[in-house]
Design a protein around this ligand. Sequence first.
Ligand code: ARG
Length: 587
Amino acid sequence: MEISFNPADLLNSAIRKAASSASLSNDFDPVVRPADPRFGDYQANGVLPYAKKNKLNPREIAAQLITILNEQGLLDPELVSWDIAGPGFINFKLLPAFSLQWLRRFSTEADLKSGAGGRLAGKTIVVDFSSPNTAKEMHVGHIRSTVIGETLARLMQFAGANVIRDNHIGDWGTQFGMLIWAIKHNNYDPTTADPNSAVAELEALYKEGHAAYKASEEQADSIRRELVKLQNGDAENLHIWKSITEVSWKAFQTIYHQLDVSFDEVLGESFYRDKVENVCEELEKTGLAEESEGALVVFHPEHKRFAKQPFIVRKADGASNYATTDLATVLHRVEHFKADGMLYVVDSRQADHFQQLFLTAEKWFKATDRKLPKMEHISFGSVLGDNGKPIKTKEGGSIKLKDLLREAVSRSEEIVREKNSNLPEETIKEVAEAVGLGAIRYVDLSQNRTSDYLFSWDKMLSFEGNTAPYLLYAVARIHSIFRKAGIDESATFENASYLETDEELALARKLLTFPNTIDQLLTDLRPHTLCTYLFELAGVFSSFYNANKVIVEEQNIMDRRLLLCSRTLTVMETGLHLLGLKTLKQM
Ligand code: ARG
């Protein structure tokens, strides 16, 4: 019997085989889940609903499955024990030999990855995340999309998918008329601007252009003319637009680099400008779009709100918009990338847009005989300030992301110095970066993404509770156990005997449910599940370490405890790396 990454998989497939011997129908699902420890390690809950649906006696079915499991050798009794429970549950216990084999088999991050790798193997998933707008500073609102998106991308890769990270930047639209007008008006040259301040300057110029547009009809006219020139490919305006894009991208890159976030594609809205007309044509031809007050729109009569609230794909002035580029984007991702799935990591205020986009794409693809992959809006709430409103600077402006990251690192540096003043200067800097950036990231990921959360420096930088500093410290502490003992963390611990004490067993049990957490994460795409798991694992490890001396005389006991330490380290680091944190050997 080969040990599976998720022990539940192995139990699941054994019961399925038993069920087919017992001639249960194909829709029988064993539903194996981690169980209440008082009853066992896993429980199959699927018999009851199946029996109910088919008007059968659940207890009899469960008994029959157990008999088959006993007789056909589908499970190894040296590794697992099983029993019938209650009205028709099947309980499983993993025996000490199982845990030991699992711990031996999944020793490194790469082992865990290959264990999980079958989940999404062969699938191409596009993750659309971060996606700021050019000529505008990234602000605190962008942190969520950026870190949630990066984590989901890492997770999908971990599960074996071919992931395409796509930054759908807002780099096209009517705002460029105002911006180009103001740039010309001020003789501003984006190509020679200081990359550190260029985006702020562009933002100010945009505001000036916007004000000018409102101020007089004459200026509004010349602004419109600049836009039309850009759209018609005028060399000068195109050059200005390109330099705006470049300097903005440079500024974004500094932040991405700091956050260890990368992209495979940066196909912004401008990339689709020659692809939108075809979309409108197809929507018209298939009868999905109609004229309404001069605009081309799509209604969804079956929908409560979207029967009346239109999805505008061409404005009355003839221009395409966010909706049209997003439709063109769907087609490109399907045709060019052969995407099997698309995740849109965008804040909850765009929920309507994505619902309308998905509905429209579904009908459009159906009408044109194309296959639409699964698309999901990975929605998230806002970051709130003390007053419970979206967080702002004292002056009421939005907080720039680069300032926020800088402050995180400097605050954590202060704390690190205070806690451990004898670390070498270089290490202090390294620790401060990892803790500060890790804290900002972790606090975001550890919230259920669909809720808003209150931003608090003290909480996120605390060494207690479900925080980055606490978890990073837990990792560093395990490293130091090995360092102090002069033992290599990746040794084989050959003499390890079966786990025995309650704390050893509890720790192994927790480690073996890591795959379960991964599977849950792959289903609901909520990173906080992983944070909660890691926090609990750190707690279980602490209890183990406090109760069970690791460095002892008896080699077999020491080895099995070191094995547990080593695997806790692997699982903790793997989890934290999925969350995008840099782990440390020393703090
Ligand atoms: N640039 C947009 C904004 O800042 C987000 C784009 C999200 N991605 C998409 N395919 N619509 O609101």
